[in-house]
Design a protein around this ligand. Structure first.
Ligand SMILES: NC(=O)C1=CN([C@@H]2O[C@H](COP(=O)(O)OP(=O)(O)OC[C@H]3O[C@@H](n4cnc5c(N)ncnc54)[C@H](OP(=O)(O)O)[C@@H]3O)[C@@H](O)[C@H]2O)[C@@H](O)CC1
Ligand SMILES: [K+]
Length: 488
């Protein structure tokens, strides 16, 4: 199954396209409900146990009716509760309800008593407002229930397109969705509520995707493996790129981590430009590093006269001063590619305009965390997905909005969601390593959107490799095993 991510309206379009190709809606619902029943059986390890299915007034509830029928037929004791009137059901959901021969109780928290497993089929893609009243009480009761919980499509209360929670959503053990994942399955806070995600094939033909042209996808190596740089057997260090990093006078660790990561990921040479006072600290840190003292931004700009220095990183530990501002503007106007991080967002707070005027474009990757993002772009409304997309469109650059659900947005509207980062990566210096990884790939000529994607994925994989107790210094050392294990 591909890593495309469909918005709610694209999911409806896929559904319609499948029906246009002759797959009846009732068949899609039958397969969806069967997939739910199958996962429910797995969740209870194949042993029949008391199950409560809570069905809502739309097709999500229809899936619940189908699942209930299959579980009951297999010998599971099933109680089914419906929110709303049975006579008010329409379309495929009315058909699904007509196939259910057991009793239909009014949905109420009391139905959860004695259940070992609850199937949440209240609301899926059709949630269009915050939960309140009876629906809110039911979701709160599911959240408090001491039993296994399986969510159909999404935990009810989760907004499919942006990962927000409208009122409440219970914490599911498993969420079964259909055909492709939706943004909410990968974005926090909803992602946490989904538990393990199962994407079930319900017979929607893959061919429907070409007309839908999804802009969002999961960041997996399949997207960029073909463009990943490999050393040539007849190559030399200069055709593996020459990365340039601006270090600062005090916080030297950040630039050192970035430099180490860039060397590990294959940059042929890395030059670290720094104030003369910091030269010693940088020189003793890493033997393979070229350290170049620069007194001011003009001296830094002169380093750009050598065209072999083809990728630049500014920000980590640079110090948010006038020198960083001038060096950044010089780098942008030199028509190179590079990464802007950390102190750049402070030095240019609320001043995106100057960066754009100097030449910021899609050759550059900006890697802010939430706080840095707000410094440069101001308080934008909306989800992380929406804000990263808007910032990419506004700046013309690749935006990598860091977090446990890193969003990588291209100005043309494409978005990749990176989901392999373990929580252990939330540690000092981790972001500097990420910048160094992306820099290395840019220096080796990789397309900036792919470089940002590959850098984020390798960073996450390195975090997983190190596991609990990792510090940022460990991450560059994990690059060799990560590359080996993943045939990169
Ligand atoms: N697409 C596909 O490929 C396939 C989709 N399938 C399934 O269909 C699901 C989507 O079905 P759907 O469109 O009927 O929407 P659904 O989530 O059941 O909710 C709509 C109902 O909820 C109501 N309602 C909304 N918000 C509310 C609130 N806060 N509080 C109270 N009520 C609220 C809303 O009421 P209204 O706005 O009309 O007042 C309406 O009655 C999808 O998630 C998947 O499970 C599968 O069968 C296989 C193929
Ligand atoms: K649901």
């Amino acid at each position: 199954m591909g890593g495309e991510i469909l918005t709610v309206s694209q999911m409806y379009a896929a559904d319609r396209a499948a029906m246009d190709q002759g797959v009846p809606g009732t068949l899609l619902m039958e397969r969806a409900g069967m997939a739910v029943a199958r996962e429910a059986m797995q969740l209870s390890r194949g042993r029949p146990c008391p199950v409560t299915v809570l069905c809502g007034p739309g097709n999500n509830g229809g899936d619940g009716f189908v699942a209930a029928r299959h579980l009951a037929a297999a010998g599971w004791p099933v109680r089914l509760g419906l929110l709303g009137e049975r006579l008010a059901l329409t379309g495929d959901a009315a058909w699904a309800a007509s196939q259910w021969t057991g009793p239909v109780f009014p949905a109420s928290p009391a139905l959860l008593d004695g259940a070992d497993l609850v199937i949440d089929a209240l609301f899926g893609a059709g949630l269009n407002r915050a939960l309140d009243g009876e629906a809110l009480v039911l979701v709160q009761a599911m959240a408090a229930a001491d039993c296994l919980l399986l969510a159909v499509d999404v935990p009810s209360g989760v907004a499919g397109d942006d990962g927000s929670i409208l009122g409440a959503a219970a914490l599911a053990d498993v969420t079964v969705t259909f055909f492709r994942g939706k943004p909410a399955h990968y974005l926090y806070p909803a992602r946490r509520q989904c538990g393990r995600l199962v994407i079930a094939d319900i017979g929607i033909p893959e061919s429907v995707l070409s007309a839908i042209a999804p802009a969002h996808s999961l960041n997996t190596p399949g997207l960029w493996r073909g463009a990943f740089p490999h050393p040539r057997c007849d190559g030399h260090k200069y055709n593996r790129g020459h990365a340039l990093i601006l270090g600062g006078p005090v916080m030297t660790g950040a630039a050192r981590l970035a430099a180490r990561a860039a060397l590990r990921l294959g940059a042929g040479l890395v030059t670290l430009a720094c104030p003369p006072t910091a030269q010693l600290a940088f020189s003793v840190s890493l033997s393979s590093l070229i350290v170049h003292p620069v007194r001011d931004a003009q001296a830094f700009a002169r380093l750009l006269d050598d065209p072999r220095r083809n990728a630049i990183l500014l920000g980590p530990g640079s110090g948010a001063d006038e020198m960083l501002r001038q060096a950044t503007l010089a780098a942008l106007s030199s028509r190179r590619s590079g990464v802007l991080d950390a102190d750049v967002f402070t030095a240019f707070a609320n001043d995106l305009h100057s960066l754009c005027q100097a030449g910021l474009d899609q050759r550059w990757v900006l890697t802010p965390h939430e706080g840095e993002f707000a410094r440069l772009f101001g308080a934008m409304p909306g989800s992380r997905l929406h804000r990263a997309r808007s910032a990419a469109a506004e700046s013309g650059a690749i935006i990598l909005l860091k977090g446990p659900d890193t969003v990588i947005a291209h100005p043309d509207g494409r978005v990749r969601l990176n989901t392999n980062a373990p929580p252990d990566l939330a540690t000092a210096g981790s972001g500097d390593v990420l910048s160094g990884l992306i820099l290395a790939l840019l220096a080796q000529g990789m397309d900036p959107f792919d470089a940002a994607s590959a850098g984020a994925w390798i960073h996450g994989a390195a975090g997983q490799y190190c596991g609990r107790g990792l510090i940022a210094d460990d991450l560059p050392e994990a690059i060799i095993p990560v590359l080996k294990q993943n045939n990169l």
